[in-house]
Each structure stands twice: as C-alpha cells, then as structure tokens.
Design a protein around this ligand. Structure first.
Ligand SMILES: [Zn+2]
Ligand SMILES: [Zn+2]
Length: 334
C-alpha cells in the first residue's frame, strides 16, 4: 500500500508511491550533451570573460587580474535596489514597494563547468561570496529575508548555461517561510528542542537515508522527501542563520556539496536541479528553534495539477532506495 509521510519540521505531507516506485536507474537522464561537453567560452554569453558588463558589477575576486568569481546585479531584476519601503493597505489590497536586491554570482570564468566538476575550493568560494554579500545586505534595514539559490538546467528554470547562483533579498518574510518558522517554534515550545537537531540525530541513528557525511555536515534524503533524490544538507552545529557560518564550516560544506552534486552528476547523468540555502529571517533570527540548511531538488520529474491543488507531492522513489543508490555512486571519485 502507498504511504503518506509527514516531514516533522515542515509539516508537509507526501505520498510515497512505494509499490509502483521507480528504481533509481529509471531517473538517469536520457543521452544529451552534458555540462562538460559545452564549449569553454561562448561569444554571446554575458558571463564569459571578455563580455563583462562592468556597470552591473557589485564585486569580484580577486580584485585585480583574471577573476575567479564575480557578483553582478541581475540585468532584469525582480526587485529594485533604490527606493523606500512603503506599505500601502487599502481595503483588501495590500502592497509594499518592490525594493530589494537581485544579484547573480558568476561561479567561474569557464562556461562549461558546474559544482560537480569544480574543485572543492571553488565550490567553497561561491558559498563564501554568498556569505559576504548576505552580511552586507543584512545591514540594509529594508530587508527582511534573503533567499540564496541555484538553478542548474532548463527544467530548473534557467536558460543561461554559464555556472551561476543568485540571491534575492526581500522587504518581507514570505508566507511559506513564516509557516515553517511557526512550526519550528511550536516544536521548541512543546519539547524544548530544535526540530532540525532532533531530525538530524534521528537520521544519523537510523542510517537509512544518509547520502554522505563530513565532520561538520550531514547530507541525507529526508524520510518524507517531496520528490526523488530531494536532499537536505544540515550543519551538525545548531545555528539559525547562514550568516553565522564559520570559515571551517564553509570549507567543509564546499567539499560535501561538491561530493553530493557529483554523485547526482555521475549517477543520474547531469540532471537539472535547484539548490536553496534556507536561513532565518534577517531581523528575527529565531536563534533557539531555527536551523539553517541547504536543500537540493533534482528536477527529474515534473509536478502538475495535484501538487498545485493540494500543496502535497507524490514521490515515485523510495527515499531509502534513492539514498542507498547515491551513497554507492562515485565513492572513489571524490
Ligand atoms: Zn559563459
Ligand atoms: Zn538545531
């Protein structure tokens, strides 16, 4: 019989279609050019060296000579940097002026790379730059929430192949984030514990869904994963905000993130994916009950009407089987 599972931290339900579950091999992407098969430089790519639009640049590393990483303002930003945050409530119409930040982090000068193909140091540098920009933006009193994310591939929402990540800093805390905060606070009030710390301890004890571990982080497929190979990477140290991550943790995470993305790249043939860093709101960090983490969502299936209508997902892969598959992929290759 299929089973419904609930994520204790987010309270989200998923139908695990265990009887008609697909085997991991069925999610291997069909033959097509991989990231590494693309040209190393493209004449019409705005992120390739030589094509830089300097008026959009926020920072680069290193400051002189050939760059390794650049941060630029999104050319078509979702929010505007200048202006006042003005709230207008008029009957049922509620509005806040669209101030905020929408920045793109160009991860490497090479056009045909991605974290799975980069060195651990390069992946770490991306995360370091996220932290640098996040800490600067957090000083802006108009900002309430920073969302850090990567879209890899068209099914993940990008048409630009050049490796890049993005951040959007919002003048509000979105509803779905507020709902998670409320659940975490309730769990803390009821038990005195951070729900994420509890979940991590339980996953480590159970050892059925771990994909990879390092000294400071654990990558696993949650018990109630919403989609095939949907992964969480949790810091072992309780900390609510990514902005307080230490240099040691960043180096450790860079290595582990590269390792698990490499498992996806090798095991599933460079699938499209999103990754997101979930961190506490800037003004209300919920230090005791929130726990930041990174989540990876491979886009190996398409969601549709049922998901939109219910907010629930149907996962056609058993989390335990997916984790065992990824655990065994590319063990020696990292
Ligand atoms: Zn490029
Ligand atoms: Zn915790």
């Amino acid at each position: 019989m299929p089973e419904l599972r609930q994520n204790i931290a987010t309270k989200e339900w998923v139908i695990i279609a265990s009887e008609r579950a697909d085997r991991p091999e069925e999610f291997v992407q069909p033959p097509r050019p991989l990231t590494e098969d693309q040209p190393e430089w493209e004449a019409d790519c705005p992120f390739c060296p030589g094509n830089e639009e300097l008026d959009l640049e926020v920072m680069r590393i290193p400051e002189r000579g050939p760059w390794q990483v650049r941060v630029v303002c999104n050319k078509y930003p979702a929010l505007q940097r200048e202006g006042e945050r003005i709230r207008t409530f008029n009957g049922v119409h509620r509005q806040i002026s669209g101030v905020g930040y929408h920045e793109v982090l160009v991860e490497a000068p090479q056009h045909n790379t991605c974290p799975a193909l980069e060195s651990a140091a390069e992946v770490t540098l991306t995360l370091e730059v996220f932290k640098i920009r996040g800490r600067e933006i957090a000083q802006d009193s108009r900002i309430e929430q920073i969302v850090y994310f990567k879209n890899h591939g068209e099914r993940a929402g990008t048409s630009l192949a050049h490796p890049h990540t993005q951040l959007i800093a919002l003048p509000i805390v979105p509803y779905s984030i507020r709902a998670r905060i409320e659940e975490a606070r309730r769990y803390f009030d009821d038990t005195g514990y951070c729900v994420f710390c509890h979940m991590l301890a339980d996953e480590l004890k159970d050892d059925a869904r771990i994909v990879a571990k390092s000294k400071r982080f654990v990558a696993f497929i949650p018990y109630a994963a919403l989609s095939p190979f949907h992964m969480w990477i949790l810091p072992r140290r309780h900390e609510s905000t990514f902005l307080n991550v230490t240099a040691h943790e960043l180096a450790d995470l860079g290595q582990l993130l590269r390792q698990v993305l490499r498992k996806l790249y090798v095991g599933l043939r460079d699938p499209d994916y999103n990754y997101i860093i979930r961190s506490a709101p800037v003004r209300d960090p919920g230090v005791e009950y929130l726990h930041w983490y990174l989540t990876i969502i491979p886009r190996v299936t398409r969601s549709a009407g049922f998901e939109l209508g219910s907010g629930m997902f149907i996962n056609t892969a058993l989390p335990e089987v997916s984790a065992a598959f990824l655990h065994s992929v590319d063990k020696a290759g990292s």
